[in-house]
Design a protein around this ligand. Structure first.
Ligand code: PLP
Length: 287
């Protein structure tokens, strides 16, 4: 695997570097590539089946579907029940994942929690469960590789002492901060608030001192369209890089608000999910 390149962008009079993990692969890219790295290195013969669960437009779902297709593993993905509209007209990541061979199974909302808790019971040794969003200890190895790449690339850029990446489960930011203790790692919660993010991180490991969690300007609900998200997305696009619409906008807004030093932003991928989100953002075009 080649080192993903760096791009330079100008935003609000500041220069940022962007690590282009979005360019690694059309499906298995961004931080999902990093988090699934251990599985990608695993010999085909070790497993027959990968099981995961979560949202129907999840970036992790699509990345796992691509990984399983490549490995010829069966991929079973559990979600709560879909709406009729979603079922009749599959869109975005969900449609792509089905095309890649994902077997989708719906679980009723009442049973969902218990069902997920029981997934690892009676699991045979040829099956592997990936928790929602890839929040597993196995993610560490891929983030160590990212840290090694960054260290080498940043050697030539001594003015940069900070790296940023947005958080869902916080797995990426946490393991990256641990692997790069000599850099400040900025993140911001995109799912829930800071308290919830810290809880999720603490389930994986202690939180190191160099990890800085920036507080969003207001409470954003995950996957809801916000005008300021769309605006920063368009600004970044005009600056030369397409970012995702779920995580990147909150991170960029937090960076512009709370920081003023030189920063390297790690593109966390997820651009494939934009088609279904842009549909919902169209209403802002009419304003
Ligand atoms: C999954 C995802 C994240 C969140 O990653 P965590 O490791 O769960 O914090 C951030 N950005 C994008 C584009 C993602 O798909």
């Amino acid at each position: 695997m080649q080192t993903s390149p760096l791009s330079k962008i100008f935003l609000d009079g500041r220069e940022f570097l962007v690590k282009r993990d979005d360019l690694i692969d059309p499906y298995l890219a961004g931080n999902k590539y990093r988090k699934l790295y251990t599985l990608l290195q695993t010999p085909k013969e070790k497993y027959t089946t990968v099981i995961s669960y979560g949202g129907t437009q999840s970036n992790a779902m699509l990345a796992i579907a691509a990984l399983c297709k490549h490995k010829e593993w069966q991929f079973i993905y559990y979600t709560k029940e879909l709406s009729h509209r979603q079922k009749e007209n599959p869109l975005g990541n969900y449609a792509e994942a089905l095309r890649l061979g994902m077997q989708h199974k719906e679980i009723s909302s009442e049973l969902y929690r218990d069902f997920i808790v029981s997934l690892r019971l009676n699991l045979d040794e040829k099956s592997f469960v990936i928790d929602q969003g890839g929040a597993v200890q196995e993610a560490k190895a891929g983030l160590d590789v990212l840290a090694t790449e960054l260290r080498e690339q940043l050697q030539k850029l001594p003015h940069i002492k900070a790296v940023a990446t947005p958080s869902g489960t916080g797995t990426t930011a946490l393991f990256l901060a641990k692997a790069l203790p000599e850099y400040r790692i900025y993140t911001t919660p995109c799912v829930g608030d800071i308290v919830y993010l810290k809880e999720q991180m603490l389930a994986l490991s202690e939180i190191p001192d160099n990890l800085m969690i920036l507080k969003p300007k207001k409470k954003y609900h995950f996957a809801k369209p916000y005008k300021e998200f769309y605006e920063i997305y368009k600004k970044l696009l005009a600056a030369g890089v397409a970012f995702d619409l779920l995580y990147a906008p909150a991170m960029w807004l937090s960076l512009l608000e709370h920081t003023d030093e030189a920063i390297l932003y790690i593109h966390s991928g997820g651009v494939s999910g934009n088609s279904s989100m842009l549909e919902r953002y169209r209403k802002f075009d009419k304003e």
